[in-house]
Design a protein around this ligand. Structure first.
Ligand code: SDX
Length: 392
């Protein structure tokens, strides 16, 4: 309504754009990328196919997929000087802070990817960030692990090459395990896009000033870092570990989560849109059983997680507030079984969400959306004259 400003904290009831990329139905737990159900894509597609689908709108044919992967490989070298920036971080630096910094630093090494207006320039910036981001992510891990910052083997698939970059030994050994590659591929697909969530809205609004793709992605990484958003997958494991250390007393933590005076929340539960189950959580929970079984891993926190879920689904407080496990509740259990350190969990979310951020940025730019600039309702002081310091 023209001229009237209504305030909508957290934009709970505000639509920011029209988009053809992802469809969510929170009541029925439906998630589709460009019309394809997440269940089918997780089962039948691989991550690079899904990245292509999200960004360009159609599943690629063989030639299109091969060219896309080839263009990404051609752009997967990171300037050696970036290693000097990585060296500057303490080992204790959180990977999400390292990644948002390095992604922004990439601008200096790829100046032609800044002010892109044509579809061709956008494509070049897109394959650059898709080529370089897995390298930066692996280097963020290798820095923490005291391992040399090296590449993988780009004769492998996109995800397997990433895993090799993450885990190859100083002497270059990496034993590929199809169970791990397949699980990682599925997790990345399930995280690839989620319409106008906090980090995607951040990418859109930064991109709306024409700051460029890399700067917008860097901002999205920072938004995803928060424990209320992507950072929840790390917080879930830390919470489950805490409950295990505390004797597995889930009832005590359920009570804390319901106690308004206690800031503790059941991490991995609740969602702004899903007021029923999160379809991704359902797929990940099933995959967690399969992957841990295939890898012969027995992780006691999986049982604690299932116990918490069961209690919450029967608890009136949670039922009244429609609080169900979300994508972050079980994902960390799989990441851990794949050998990924807990501090890297949210970086895995970022790697998965990268194609979604790119797709949403590209759609926003192609649709020539205006710069994001909301209004406010002023609640501060009325006009008052200046007061010299001797009278303050
Ligand atoms: C992601 O948006 C997306 O799509 C995000 C995401 C994506 O793919 O991009 O799906 C990924 O971020 C998943 C969410 C990960 N975050 C967490 O698991 C953190 C814990 N969850 C909550 O902080 C919360 O549920 C949010 C942030 C997810 C949603 O917050 P809302 O929609 O602002 O809901 P709210 O904070 O207003 O809570 C509504 C009520 C409140 O109680 P009342 O004041 O009504 O009495 O539910 C309670 C809250 O106190 N509540 C919880 C709770 N989540 C909400 N109580 C205990 N534990 C929780 N986890």
């Amino acid at each position: 309504t023209k001229g009237v400003t209504t305030i909508d904290p957290g934009y709970k009831n505000t639509g920011s754009c029209e988009s053809a990329i992802t469809f969510l139905n929170g009541e029925e737990g439906i998630l589709r990328y460009r019309g394809y159900s997440i269940e089918e894509l997780a089962e039948k597609a691989d991550f690079l196919e899904v990245a292509y689908l999200l960004i360009f709108g159609e599943l690629p044919n063989t030639d299109q997929l091969e060219k896309f992967h080839a263009d990404i490989k051609k752009n997967s070298h990171v300037d050696e000087d970036v290693k000097k920036i990585v060296d500057g971080f303490p080992k204790s630096a959180h990977p999400m802070g390292v990644l948002s910094s390095l992604t922004s630093a990439l601008i200096a090494f790829n100046p032609s990817s800044v002010n892109v207006d044509s579809e061709e320039e956008m494509y070049n910036a897109i394959v650059r960030i898709l080529g370089k981001f897995p390298v930066l992510t692996a280097w963020a891990h290798r820095k923490r692990a005291g391992l040399p910052l090296e590449y993988g083997d780009d004769s492998l698939g996109y995800v397997e090459n990433f895993l090799k970059m993450m885990f190859k030994s100083p002497s270059g050994e990496y034993v590929s395990n199809p169970v791990i590659t397949e699980a990682m591929d599925k997790l990345l697909i399930l995280h690839a896009d989620h319409e106008q969530n906090c980090s995607t809205s951040t990418v859109r609004i930064v991109g709306s000033s024409h700051a460029g793709l890399f700067a917008s992605i860097s901002a999205g990484i920072s938004a995803l870092w928060g424990p209320l958003h992507g950072g929840a997958n790390q917080a879930v494991i830390e919470m489950l570990e805490g409950i295990k250390e505390d004797g597995g007393d889930t009832k005590k933590y359920m009570a804390k989560a319901k106690d308004k005076s206690d800031p503790f929340r059941l991490m991995g539960f609740g969602h702004r849109v899903y007021k029923n189950f999160d379809p991704r959580a359902r797929i990940i929970k099933k995959a967690a059983d399969e992957v841990l079984n295939d890898l012969g891993v027995d992780d006691p926190v999986l049982d604690i997680a299932k116990g918490l879920e069961k209690e919450a689904l029967e608890d009136q407080y949670f039922v009244d507030r429609k609080l169900y496990p979300n994508v972050d509740f079980y994902s960390g259990i799989i990441y851990r079984s794949l050998g990924i350190p807990v501090e890297m969990f949210t970086a895995m979310f970022a790697l998965g969400r990268l194609p979604g951020w790119i797709a949403q940025w590209r759609e926003m730019r192609l649709r020539k959306e205006p710069i994001g600039r909301p209004r406010q309702i002023y609640i501060g002081e009325t006009h008052r004259p200046f007061k010299d310091i001797e009278y303050r």
